[in-house]
Design a binder for this molecule. Structure first.
Ligand SMILES: [Zn+2]
Ligand SMILES: [Zn+2]
Length: 605
């Protein structure tokens, strides 16, 4: 079936083979049955219907809402009487295989809106879907006796759909509206050939092994506690060591780039959040309390503190750009269902900065930030891409500001031949932004840092500087975070490197294993010298066999292990096992210290 036409493309939209007449077909681009993005869109979309057909067969009372294609697969939301769990997926898959083998033709039909409303009169979920589509012609697709509302396009028959897998069951509010009922959602994926599906399944297995929640527990990095509350990470010593190393490196990287560290309060009067617009536009995500009859809000962003720093002095154009940074702790109300390890939490620390500059300086500052991003991502081996997000529905400020700011971002990238995607309507409520999306070792994409250009908050807080003609002028504010948050970034990094953190970040960089009691004091001496050199160590002196102690250090993914016996004590040397290089060698103490010093000095963002 490879190389068979499953759809056409008119440049932008995918067209159904059944909608294109043979005469017109030659004028469209062909979409062949393979693993291209366009083909996968059609295949996965068709597989979502195949899944719905199988569910309907197994659960005749099932009613279906929508079943879109997503990043690497598809889902379908539906209602059934029974509770469906992961263990039911096999049976649904089996039924799907049956329908696939039957090579059922997938046939398109057209109706008027009135006809279709009547046709699905007793299906309240389809009525919900119909509310969301414009009047006019409505199409359905039928395979066997299963007919579903859809725009298409689809593969010509079910025989094309053989390489699929259902991945998990979840709950989803109807239309994402939490005041509505909870539907069942099944996620799955599909490919054009067996090998691609096998590769995908392997990746999912690998992802499970690398799950940062699992590794975070094994490596004792962080924990959560019901008594403390959901989404509130507790950093254990090893995790806190790792994190503080990242903080220290990043602190220095900010300083050499001219950023000044500042710090604002955790909790600010609601009056301030009203001026900024957070109260109206972001209030649902904030936590409030009352102190001495005044309402206060816990900060969900650090902007206000930095604005107050700016306002603390008279600013001249000669001072600009001013760059303030803070490891800002923020609190945001995430719904209880969406929290996920360190990826989605209610308290996190942003590597946040605000650059106050003249409008003319936007471009150079955006480029400078992108250069900063490049250094950091290269150090960790992350590939990344950029996306510009434009004005969202809920937004403050003049249309004019939005245009200038959005154009400023585009110009900065265009003039430097930096490629980017566009996310229409995905901006922050106060300005457009560039999102930084990184790709990890398993080729998964993660949204991390962001750069936002903002004309609105400077206006709302009446910020100014004295320009070259001695007049008052309005500065622009650039909000930016590169890691995004330490929590999320460390979660991603943990999965990216499968817990094998680079030497400069590893919570314990060296484990010293003294063979006997009489080697302990030399082990301590070595350890103290390591601390002096900025390297964290542990001495493994438990009453366990040498092999067991070495294995423990390996299990904790410690990069270097030093074994100390009579010979090492006598010669002031070390027997080094470098796990990453899979090598063992004997070094003098001084040689070893210069190796670790060199390893650390190689790293700077
Ligand atoms: Zn469809
Ligand atoms: Zn900000």
């Amino acid at each position: 079936m490879q190389n068979e036409v499953i759809a056409y493309k008119d440049g932008v939209t995918l067209l159904d083979t059944q909608s294109v007449s043979p005469e017109k077909a030659s004028s469209y681009e062909k979409v062949l049955f393979d693993n291209s993005d366009d083909a996968l869109e059609v295949i996965r979309h068709s597989t979502a219907h195949l899944m719905a057909q199988a569910i309907k067969e197994l659960y005749p009372e099932a009613k279906f809402f929508v079943g879109p294609v997503i990043e690497d697969g598809f889902y379908y939301d539906f209602r059934v009487d029974n509770k469906i769990s992961d263990s039911d997926l096999k049976a649904i898959e089996k039924k799907m295989q049956e329908f696939a083998k039957a090579k059922l033709p997938i046939e398109k039909a057209s109706y008027t809106k009135d006809e279709i409303l009547k046709k699905f009169a007793d299906d309240d979920l389809k009525q919900e879907v119909l509310l969301r589509i414009p009047d006019g012609e409505v199409t359905t697709y039928k395979q066997g006796d299963f007919e579903d509302l859809c725009r298409g396009p689809h593969v010509p028959n079910t025989r094309y759909l053989r390489f699929f897998s259902l991945t998990r069951v979840a709950g989803a509010y109807l239309g994402g509206d939490e005041t509505k009922e909870m539907l069942t959602r099944i996620y799955g994926t599909a490919f054009a050939d067996k090998a691609s599906l096998a590769e995908y399944k392997k990746m999912i297995e690998e992802a499970k092994k690398r799950d940062h929640r699992k590794l975070g527990n094994e490596l004792k990095l962080f924990t959560f506690d019901e008594e403390v509350g959901a989404g509130l990470p507790i950093w254990l010593p090893a995790g806190a060591r790792l994190r503080s190393k990242l903080e220290a490196l990043l602190f220095k990287a900010h300083r050499v780039r001219g950023y000044e560290p500042v710090r604002g309060p955790e909790i600010l009067k609601s009056d301030a959040w009203k001026i900024s617009g957070h109260y109206d536009n972001y209030g649902d995500n904030m936590y409030f309390t009352t102190i001495d009859d005044s309402e206060y809000g816990l900060k969900p962003m650090n902007c206000l503190g930095h604005i107050k720093v700016y306002q603390n002095d008279v600013r001249s154009y000669r001072d600009l750009p001013l760059k303030f940074f803070e490891y800002g702790v923020v609190h945001r109300h995430e719904k209880s269902g969406v929290m996920h390890g360190l990826f989605r939490v209610r308290e996190f620390t942003q590597d946040d900065a605000h650059i106050f500059c003249t409008p003319e300086q936007i471009k150079e500052n955006v480029l400078e930030i992108l250069d900063f991003v490049k250094h950091i991502m290269k150090t960790f081996g992350f590939e990344y891409e950029l996306e510009i997000s434009t004005k969202p529905q809920k937004a403050i400020g003049d249309e004019r500001y939005w245009e200038v700011a959005t154009q400023g971002l585009k110009d900065a990238l265009d003039e430097n031949n930096i490629t980017y995607g566009i996310d229409e309507g995905g901006g922050a409520f106060y300005g457009p932004k560039i999102d930084i999306k990184i790709t990890d070792a398993l080729k998964r994409k993660w949204q991390c840092g962001t750069i936002q250009v903002d004309f609105n908050l400077p206006e709302r807080f009446n910020l100014h500087y004295i320009d070259a003609t001695n007049e008052q002028a309005r500065p622009v504010m650039i909000h930016r975070a590169i890691l995004g948050s330490f929590e999320r970034f460390i979660g991603i990094l943990t999965e990216h490197c499968a817990g094998e953190f680079p030497f400069f970040l590893a919570p314990t960089q060296v484990v010293i294993v003294p063979i006997g009691e009489n080697h302990l004091s030399y082990a301590k001496e070595l350890g103290m010298q390591m601390i002096e050199n900025g390297v964290d160590f542990e001495i493994s002196s438990k009453n366990e066999s040498l092999n067991k102690r070495i294995r423990n250090a390996e299990k904790m993914r410690v990069p270097m292990i030093l074994v100390i016996g009579d010979e090492e004590v006598e010669k002031k040397s070390v027997a080094l096992r470098d796990r990453r290089e899979r090598r063992q060698y004997n070094l003098t103490k001084d040689e070893f210290m210069s190796i670790i010093k060199e390893k650390l000095s190689e790293v700077h963002f």
